[in-house]
Design a protein around this ligand. Structure first.
Ligand code: IPE
Ligand code: IPE
Ligand code: MG
Length: 245
């Protein structure tokens, strides 16, 4: 057995299409380093990164997976230089203005997770519009985490529940107030670039997720790499606290 780029054991195994995750979360890390390696600006890294989001989104849909969550911008990413934040905001604006999704041969439901109120008014309007427009689509749900933080999400959920008069919580109560309400928890979280941390991504939802940390910068992450992550996922023994039957 040899080691692949993912630094995980590669097998000759084929992907089992009957045992795919229901929900994949991706932390799309490494845009900046990918660009630096090529003598490009960080913005060019983000450009390539968001083009790759679309490619991998199509591949996930083609596999029949119904939920994909992409970490696009964290609550901490506002600390980056203004020029970079502006470029990212413009990228989101363009994505939401639609041509980005225009050539898809399927109809995704778009769900923006995070606090939109810090975005420019036109971006806030576009978020509301796209979510409303696509709310009845059933092909696949694409959660875009923008100005998202796992801790903020939990605080938001608690406050929203209190506002509704909830006085006591159980796990399901909180689930129902998360940005991902009604969706299965992610079975697999992939973080590209080699960093082994969550950086505030889906803290509540990934209680029993499997993790994959391929050492590949996001813009260079291919469908083949996705497949390798999925094969490795299928080799995990998910016990959920129980023992092997
Ligand atoms: C992640 O890539 C993309 C976003 C935050 C939008 P980075 O920009 O963090 O790339 P690195 O980690 O600096 O290489
Ligand atoms: C996490 O990546 C956020 C996104 C991918 C949007 P970062 O690059 O911001 O995370 P850190 O700073 O390395 O933890
Ligand atoms: Mg990074």
């Amino acid at each position: 057995m040899k080691k692949n780029k993912l630094n995980e054991t590669e097998t000759k195994q084929e992907l089992d299409l009957t045992r795919l995750p229901k929900h994949i979360g991706i932390i799309i890390d490494g845009n900046g380093r990918w660009a630096k390696q090529r003598g490009l600006t960080r913005s060019m890294g983000h450009k390539a990164g968001f083009e790759n989001v679309k490619k991998i989104f199509k591949a996930v849909y083609a596999l029949g997976i119904k939920h994909l969550t992409i970490y696009c911008f964290s609550t901490e990413n506002w600390n980056r230089p203004k020029e970079e934040v502006d470029y990212l905001m413009d990228t989101f604006r363009k994505m939401l203005k639609s041509n980005y999704f225009a050539d898809l041969n399927f109809k995704p439901k778009l769900n923006v997770c995070g606090d939109p109120t810090r975005f420019a008014p036109d971006i806030q309007e576009l978020i509301a519009l796209r979510m409303e427009e696509t709310k009845n689509n059933t092909d696949i749900t694409l959660n875009l985490c923008m100005n998202y933080g796992g801790r903020s999400e939990i605080v938001y959920a608690v406050n929203a529940a209190i506002k509704d008069g909830v006085k006591e919580f159980d796990i399901n109560t909180l689930n129902n107030y998360l940005y991902t309400k009604g969706q299965p928890d992610p079975d697999l979280i992939i973080r590209t670039s080699g960093e082994i941390r969550l950086s505030n991504f889906l803290l509540w939802q990934c209680a029993y997720a499997e993790f994959s940390f391929p050492k590949i910068y996001w813009p260079a992450f291919t469908e083949e790499d996705l497949k390798n992550c999925l094969i490795n996922y299928q080799n995990r023994d998910r016990r959920f606290g129980s023992i092997k039957s």
